[in-house]
Design a protein around this ligand. Structure first.
Ligand code: BGC
Length: 379
């Protein structure tokens, strides 16, 4: 394992962790500095307690997909936290959502503990399927149930130190309307605050938690709250070949980063659909490079400064299947470097899924050298 990390440039030959060079954060909006420190470098633990295709508890998967081997690897790679995606339906009791099924809860707590006992913080990220969000949007009763569920979950986890466990109310709400979503999220925020008064709560904008959505957010008066956003810009590059999200991406493969007219000319010429060809040409003209990545993220950072609240880049990443590996690594490096320079903690999407930082099967995963170096190598 150590040699794998050394090969990936994450550990020096003497086994010393390479420093990220990030400035130490100071406390903001009532969020203690140690909490912001814990959120500096993270990885999304996906497809384990969420996105399993089953939309509910699946004991075999919960027991085998991620193992203590992965917790060790995540620690050795130098991540300070995991964003642990949790489909609410995994811990759901429709008759009384405040009564979380005990067996599932015990197992979930155990998995959280795999990380906290290694001094790795856990963002409990509520990450249900879209049907759940649709119900929340259309039924006040569903929102009441969700609020009760969150209150109960926070109560069940509040014995974990606030430095090591964070509560993120809802991943990419999809729900449209800043005011409407603000009121909905505010209800849940209060329920969590009552249940776990010292824990940091992570909130987000409506829709897909993009930077443009964040800029429209009116912050809550509650303290000890962090504002999260996601960034996959430019989307056509980061999601090339993807069959979800936006139709255009599935016909675009192998396009490089940084983007330029010259680098994109031959790629655009191969695309038959004129509209999609136009998108590719545009992306070349936009000339995405480190400066553009940073000025894009700076829009969020400026909003945080104006509102005196801390930010968290909870997702960024590039789909591996069709992106040129060197371009993907460069984009990852630029994005985490820009976030770090702007004082924003981050978590890459994801650990071992389609956007992953490791290779191999459960129980024997190893770092993907190029991705791990881009994400965690010396700055
Ligand atoms: C979604 C994933 C998706 C990723 C990148 C996440 O928020 O939950 O399903 O793969 O974004 O598109």
């Amino acid at each position: 394992m150590l040699s794998a990390l050394a090969a990936a440039g994450i550990l020096t030959a003497s086994g010393v962790l390479v420093s990220s060079g990030a400035p130490a954060p100071s406390s903001l909006n009532g969020v203690p500095a140690a909490h912001l420190q814990a959120l500096q470098k993270g990885i999304n633990l996906s497809h384990w307690w969420a996105q399993t295709g089953k939309n509910g508890f699946d004991l075999d998967r919960q027991l085998s997909f991620i193992t203590p081997h992965d917790a060790n690897l995540i620690q050795e790679m130098g991540f300070t936290h995991v964003r642990f995606t949790l489909n609410a339906r995994m811990l759901w009791n429709e008759d009384d959502p405040a009564e979380i099924p005990a067996t599932q809860l015990v197992l979930y707590r155990k998995h959280v503990e795999w990380f906290t006992k290694r001094n790795i913080a856990v963002v409990v990220d509520c990450h249900p399927e879209d049907e759940f969000k649709k119900e929340l949007e259309t039924s006040p009763e569903a929102l009441d149930k969700f609020t009760a569920w969150w209150g109960s979950l926070a109560k069940s986890l509040k014995d974990f130190p606030p430095r090591l466990v964070f509560f993120e109310i809802l991943n990419e709400p999809v729900i449209q309307g800043p005011e409407k979503w603000r009121a909905m999220q505010g209800k849940v925020l209060q329920a969590i605050r009552r249940a776990a008064p010292r824990h940091t709560i992570i909130v987000t904008a409506d829709r897909w938690s993009g930077i443009d959505d964040l800029l429209k957010v009116k912050p809550y008066s509650s303290k000890n709250v962090i504002y999260t956003f996601h960034c996959y810009d430019p989307f056509l590059f980061t999601h090339q070949g993807a069959t979800w999200g936006w139709d255009a991406t599935k016909d675009v493969k192998g396009i490089p980063y940084p983007t330029s007219v010259a680098a994109y000319r031959e790629h655009a010429a191969k695309i038959e659909n004129p509209q999609i060809r136009g998108y590719v040409e545009d992306l070349g003209r936009q000339a995405w490079d480190f400066d553009r990545v940073k000025s894009n993220l700076k829009r969020a950072a400026d909003w945080g400064t104006q509102n005196k609240v801390p930010l968290y880049l909870g997702e960024f990443g590039t789909y591996r299947a069709y992106s040129p590996p060197d371009s993907r690594a460069t984009w990852i490096k630029h994005t985490r470097l820009a976030a770090t320079e702007l004082g924003i903690g981050w978590a890459m999407w994801d650990y071992c899924g389609g956007f992953g930082v490791v290779n191999g099967d459960a129980g024997k995963r190893t770092p993907d050298a190029l991705t791990a170096e881009a994400l965690l190598g010396d700055l």
